[in-house]
Ligand binder design. Sequence first.
Ligand code: NAD
Ligand code: ZN
Length: 360
Amino acid sequence: MMYKNFPMVPRVVFGRGSFDQLDQILAEKRSSPKSPMVFLVDDVFSTNDAFIKRIPKRDRDHIIFINADNEPKTIQVDSLRETIFSRTAEVPEGIIGIGGGTVMDLAKAVSIMLTNPGSSADYQGWDLVKYPAVYHVGIPTISGTGAEVSRTTVLTGPKKKLGINSDYTPFDQVVLDPELTKGVDTKQWFYTGMDCYIHCIESLNGTYLNAFSKSYGEKALDLCRDVFTHKSVVDDESQDQLMMASWHGGMSIAYSQVGVAHAMSYGLSYLLGTRHGVGNCIVFDHLEEFYPEGVAEFKEMVKKHNITIPQGVCSNLSDEDFDTMIEVAMGLGPLWENAVGVDWRKTVTPEKLRGLYEKM
Ligand code: NAD
Ligand code: ZN
């Protein structure tokens, strides 16, 4: 048996207002006061002058605003690299991603592609990256995905939706400042928060479970319950709790795997562009047979927070469309193996998945 020897984020700051330490953190990494760095920032902040002023941009740094309406694509990563090279004569010394899973994944991918040749699509898979990435920092502004702590950056490419999984992917530094999440709207707060909840359920009910994943998964689940079951409003404490739940949920799946909701939600996302948080909720709502207790609790949380999970998203699809989604979902063998066991193909058939997709 070979056990995974996986890298972790080596430095992390946690605290309300800790964002203001960023200048000092970056200064230590600049080889000269003039070395350029690039801030990729969710464009939801582009009109927030007070926040923009707090970004510690020095003379030769650049801020690039990123629209998070669509999830990251390999062509977007490649084009960001071109933009950066057209603005800075030398390779920047740092990439700082400020936003949700979308912007954090882009920051990870761009930092890899600044030092590796070809297209980012060439590196979708496991351990294909050749050279260390540029120093990169992740600063979440919405909590749940665990992208701040994971060894992957999920990209949609010409042929597949698949992460660049490598030892060079994790951030060198993470700044966890729960205050940054205060502008998130209720629906998005719920969807991205449920990504974390679903990570826990899939990890804790999977065949890959071990004491490492269990300890992080249980803590994350407790925190999610505090935020979504015991409270109906978002307060400072729940911002702190959900940020730490996201971190622990990410740590839990790092050493196990996700499951059925993620496999099927990747199918929806590939075909329909459905975003990760809401896509997971659409799927999870129909997974009683796999996760009976988790789904019952999820439905309670949906009710408590007055969320309407989209229905009928597959109602007008062709046979070919269903086949595409089924192919994407069934291509994620490790997720099914974790969820159902090594013999998963005996029960998880194309017909079975078609029946489930038809309900959504
Ligand atoms: P997101 O980054 O797409 O953001 C969702 C919405 O919230 C966007 O409209 C964004 O503008 C807005 N937003 C973010 N912060 C805000 C703030 N402070 N105030 C107001 N609005 C704010 O959503 P997400 O759910 O965090 O990320 C989804 C992405 O993460 C997907 O691309 C998914 O593939 C990826 N993901 C990656 C991993 C990983 O391990 N790398 C894990 C799970 C998901
Ligand atoms: Zn997820």
